[in-house]
Design a protein around this ligand. Structure first.
Ligand code: TEU
Ligand code: CA
Length: 554
């Protein structure tokens, strides 16, 4: 297995709107990020993945880009960006940009041209089709944020495709001009000195020519089989690699909705000449009852089965991205752990242990290192996210489910859970802004905040800091092979890692009561690398506390 810096790195995701506001307008910005780089340096992370900072009308908080080479006014200027990049590099921190090129904003100049007439030079930059008739779109596909995936456009009396909101028209990657524009834009950023790309829904860029109705999933037809891993996706990524990626020492991670271990090897195999790694979603998306919506936890055995399959099947041939949450998912501790006050810290540390000891590159989503929790939404008006707002309307107000059935699902899975401001200290608005934040601060900020946690050696923060440091000292954490133990246990997630003669035993309790564990013979007397509570680690018959976690090394 080749050794590379991005396999050894720990990545920290910043969602700029909610990270740190420097000028009191209630919106996080680039200067805010620069002001907190020392905090990230102290935590020990190597790379920042920056969610989009480009010019955008913010229909989907920056995932709808109207100019790829300009900074969103609310976030600052290109000078602020250059300063941030230089300040990060001075501290040895790399910056990976979000590349959102499955679609643009409808306010991008390409689309404003494209919609003008059928013979416009930019017409073929997007995907236009005739409707079945004036009232009926070309097919039954539903968009990810609700409604049809087709929008009728009066100027030319045709429909354009948008797999997300109607303000996010899909680019036509089959047009070589589109690919050339995207590759030039990427080169421009690479020349600026950025360190890589996280590629938004990159598995969707190639669509089939035929676009038949999809199987009904939820309220609409499923575009999946016709858009996911489409006919030319690998060809286009190889072209991107050849023309851009291969020329720079950068890292790439593809957000590949619908990826399996087999397709992951095509995108990110050691010799694939496409991407370095992909995000897979099986462990965060297998739980939906109504589309993605649910209020139920995955059984631990299912979670272990999924993660273990990824661990063993990619071993030696492709590389895993490890994450519990991101800006699209609820907070890790609320979903996979237990955010009740008596269990929050222990379960947050347990989850961190479980993830950072797996093989792959770990991603920390802002605030996860503090054990930040889901937000106690009170009413539908509390939501800012287009997905949550539309889903409430479609499933509940205009749809088949009662408020009482749908509300717990929204509470549990809304993307806004992850988007409340980072809790920096116990002053007003958690020190995020001196003004009024664009989305409410979680009321638990007086207890859960960076100031308190950096001062407390037993905090979740310091536990993450220790895990990150351990990774630098123990190549087995990065390169060791994986084996699952106690497959059938609904209480414990136990596995080993092996590198040459060295062995790790990772034991994580996922339950809120005491449980017993028999340490395998070979680890009797082994030493403890890290643990989230005190116990006697030389013993073989152990009683574990709720959410206890520890790692033995021999
Ligand atoms: O998300 C892609 C995606 O597949 C989403 O549907 C995701 O699964 C969903 O948000 C979870 O409910 C990416 C970005 O990460 C997301 O923030 C954007 O809104 C989306 O693409 C469109 O660019
Ligand atoms: Ca601001």
């Amino acid at each position: 297995m080749k050794k590379t810096w991005w396999k050894e790195a720990v990545i920290y995701q910043i969602y700029p709107r909610s990270f740190m506001d420097s000028n009191g307008d209630g919106i996080g910005d680039l200067k805010g990020i620069t002001s907190r780089l020392d905090y990230l340096k102290y935590l020990g992370i190597d790379v920042i993945w920056l969610s989009p900072v480009y010019q955008s009308p913010n229909d989907d908080n920056g995932y709808d880009i109207s100019d790829y080479q300009a900074i969103m006014e609310e976030f600052g200027t290109m000078e602020d960006f250059d300063e941030m990049l230089a300040a990060a590099h001075e501290r040895g921190i790399r910056i990976v940009m979000d590349l959102v090129v499955n679609h643009t904003s409808d306010e991008h100049k390409w689309f404003m041209e494209s919609r003008k007439s059928k013979d416009n030079a930019y017409r073929d930059y997007y995907i236009w089709r005739e409707g079945k008739d004036e009232q009926t779109p070309p097919n039954n596909w539903g968009a990810c944020f609700g409604g049809s995936a087709w929008q009728y456009d009066e100027a030319t009396a045709m429909y354009y495709l948008h797999l997300f909101s109607k303000k996010q028209p899909d680019l036509n990657w089959d047009n070589p001009k589109v690919r050339a524009e995207v590759f030039d834009m990427m080169t421009w950023w690479c020349e600026k000195g950025i360190d890589g790309f996280r590629m938004d829904v990159i598995s969707l860029i190639s669509k089939t020519k035929e676009m038949p109705d999809g199987e009904i999933h939820g309220l609409y037809g499923d575009f999946g089989p016709y858009c996911t891993h489409g006919p030319n996706v690998h060809k286009y990524l190889q072209e991107m690699n050849e023309k851009v990626l291969s020329k720079y020492d950068i890292m790439t991670v593809g957000e590949t909705a619908g990826v399996t271990t087999e397709t992951a090897k095509q995108y990110a195999g050691e010799n694939a000449r496409e991407l370095n790694m992909v995000f897979q979603f099986e462990h965060v998306e297998g739980d939906g009852k109504y589309g993605k919506w649910t209020d139920e936890k995955l059984p631990l055995t299912t979670l272990k089965k999924t993660l273990s399959r990824w661990q063993t099947e990619l071993y030696g041939t492709a590389w895993n991205s490890l994450f519990w949450d991101n800006h699209d998912q609820p907070r890790a501790v609320s979903r996979f752990g237990d955010d009740r006050p008596q269990f929050r810290e222990a379960s947050a540390k347990m989850l961190a242990t479980c993830l950072h000891m797996l093989q792959g590159t770990p991603y920390i989503y802002q605030g996860e290192e503090l054990g930040m929790t889901n937000y106690p939404f009170q009413s539908p008006e509390d939501f800012r996210d287009i997905e949550s707002i539309n889903a409430y309307r479609e499933w509940c107000k205009e749809g088949p489910l009662s408020h009482d059935v749908f509300w717990p699902c929204l509470l549990y899975k809304s993307r806004d859970n992850a988007r409340t401001p980072v809790q920096w200290d116990d002053s007003a608005q958690a020190g995020f802004t001196t003004g009024t934040p664009w989305i409410a601060v979680n009321p638990n900020y007086k207890e859960i905040n960076a100031k308190a946690e950096t001062a407390d050696p037993d905090s979740v923060f310091h536990y993450y800091k220790k895990l990150i440091a351990l990774r630098k000292e123990n190549p087995i954490m990065v390169y060791g092979s994986y084996e699952l133990l106690l497959e059938e246990s609904e209480e414990l997630f136990v596995y080993t890692r092996t590198l040459e003669s060295e062995r790790l035993l990772v034991v994580c309790s996922f339950c809120d009561h005491e449980t017993t564990f028999a340490v395998p013979e070979e680890f009797a007397g082994a030493s403890c690398l890290i643990a989230n509570m005190g116990n006697e680690y030389g013993k073989t018959e152990m009683t574990l506390q709720p959410y206890e976690a520890f790692v033995l090394i021999r």
